[in-house]
Design a protein around this ligand. Structure first.
Ligand code: ADP
Length: 435
């Protein structure tokens, strides 16, 4: 029988016996120790450990206990107090291997409360059951707690070990070894953290590689004009030469200095673009900027007898920094003039479709060989080094263009046929002013 059912049936049986005894006592003409003792002895079913009968004030009239009898004294046990208020009461407690059940009911005679009856029963068998249960519960709890402690210890050990692994890797990276990767294993948050860490390190490695390539390329490129300047000035100092030759040499020095100046300008613009925040953008119409570039380069175009033709749609507005847009158009148009043939043409077309503004810059120049096409956007790449040097090229113009285009969600492509000409196509998502 379950514990709950056991207590329920115990309650019913003890309350029933209390009521039986109280009916018997209620029928007595005189209620005193003698009459109550007689009445109680008549009820066979009563068989309890301890029985007390009180009057309506709670003074004990009858007490079955052989020692420390409560008879004649106020016996205000909690159950008796409740019974004298008119309630049937059942309580139980467990103490030292024995279960104690207590029940009390009021005694009514002709509707008047004349006293209460209280009984106690002790049950060692049920007590033992509870004791075993308590013991088992204690054991199970202890085992569970030990398992829990062992589990938490091993878990926190594994966790700390893996965290230390990440920290050790961080130290290695900090010391400059960007090839290092952390191997976490498992399939939890720390594994994800490890993967993120590795991705970050890879990115760091790539940008470090780019940075060091850039520095070595830049110093190499700067070295050439500096060496020329040194050579020319040494020649002037060490050789007897006529004034015209000196003039020519000084002119060359001036050109090299000018080239250095242009290169450092471009390097500065590269670093400005790389550190620029996207939030600096504004909505810009492309056509006016194209016209501004043409005005700026018209003198060089005229010097090379290059005719510029335009077909510009006015409604092409994009989200970009105006200086950046200017830089893109300037570099492409300048190349279209620089690498054109004397008397050649340059066509600038600006159109838009549903989503994009498209700009095409086509020249009738020398063109770019097929094997160079995939390299022309690389930093310091020049198809014909000697020619480019003569034209003052740094090999940075197109890499700046591509960087700006990509940073502004645009695309750039090139199409060229040696001897016929080159077409650069740049497109950007359209941003209308209302948007
Ligand atoms: P540069 O400052 O040398 O012009 P760019 O990055 O602008 O550097 O161009 C890279 C190389 O691509 C140039 O050196 C040139 O050889 C080639 N190039 C660029 N534009 C054109 C063009 N319109 N026609 C032919 N070749 C071009």
């Amino acid at each position: 029988m379950s514990q709950e059912l056991f207590y329920k049936s115990k309650e019913v049986s003890m309350i029933e016996r209390c009521l039986l005894a109280s009916t018997e006592i209620a029928e007595l003409d005189v209620v005193n120790k003698t009459t109550v003792t007689e009445a109680v002895s008549r009820i066979d079913e009563i068989s309890v450990t301890h029985l007390i009968v009180t009057d309506h004030n709670g003074i004990s009239i009858y007490d079955s206990a052989a020692q420390n009898s409560s008879e004649g004294k106020y016996t205000l046990l909690p159950e008796i107090v409740q019974a004298l208020r008119g309630f049937d009461v059942f309580t139980w407690n467990y103490h030292a291997g024995t279960m104690h059940s207590h029940a009390a009911t009021p005694i009514y005679s002709y509707g008047t409360l004349i006293g209460s009856i209280y009984m106690t029963e002790m049950d060692t068998q049920q007590g033992k059951l509870i004791q075993t249960l308590q013991h088992n519960t204690f054991l199970i709890t202890l085992i569970l707690e030990i398992i829990l402690v062992l589990f938490s210890l091993s878990f926190s050990n594994a966790f700390t070990r893996r965290l230390r692994k990440i920290m050790a890797s961080m130290r290695i990276i900090r010391e400059g070894d960007y090839t290092h990767q952390v191997e976490m294993g498992g399939n939890d948050e720390l594994t994800v953290l490890g993967d993120e860490f590795n991705a970050l390190v890879e990115k760091l490695q790539t940008s470090e590689q780019k940075r060091s390539n850039f520095v070595s390329d830049a110093s190499h490129e700067l070295k050439t004009p500096l060496a020329s300047i040194k050579l020319l000035s040494d020649s002037i100092l060490q050789n007897e030469m006529d004034i015209d030759t000196v003039r020519e040499f000084v002119g060359d020095i001036g050109n090299e200095a000018e080239r250095l100046n242009r290169m450092s300008q471009k390097l500065l613009s590269l670093s400005r673009i790389e550190s620029q925040a996207d939030s600096d953008c504004e909505i810009v119409y492309i056509a006016p900027t194209v016209e501004r570039v043409i005005r700026m380069l018209s003198v060089i175009a005229a010097d090379n007898a290059i005719t510029i033709e335009t077909d510009l749609k006015d409604d092409c507005s994009i989200l970009i920094l105006e200086d950046d847009l200017y830089q893109i158009i300037f570099n492409l148009v300048e190349n279209g003039i620089k690498y054109n043939t004397p008397g050649g043409k340059l066509f600038i077309r600006l159109m838009r479709n549903q989503d994009n503004a498209i700009m095409q810059i086509r020249d009738t120049g020398m063109g770019i060989p097929a094997d160079s096409l995939s390299h022309i956007f690389e930093r310091f790449y020049r198809v014909d080094k000697a020619r480019a040097r003569k034209s003052g090229g740094s090999g940075l113009g197109l890499s700046i263009v591509r960087l700006i285009v990509e940073r502004n969600r645009g695309e750039i492509s090139v199409d060229s046929e040696p001897g016929i000409g080159t077409t650069f196509t740049v497109s950007f998502p359209v941003f209308d002013t209302e948007e």
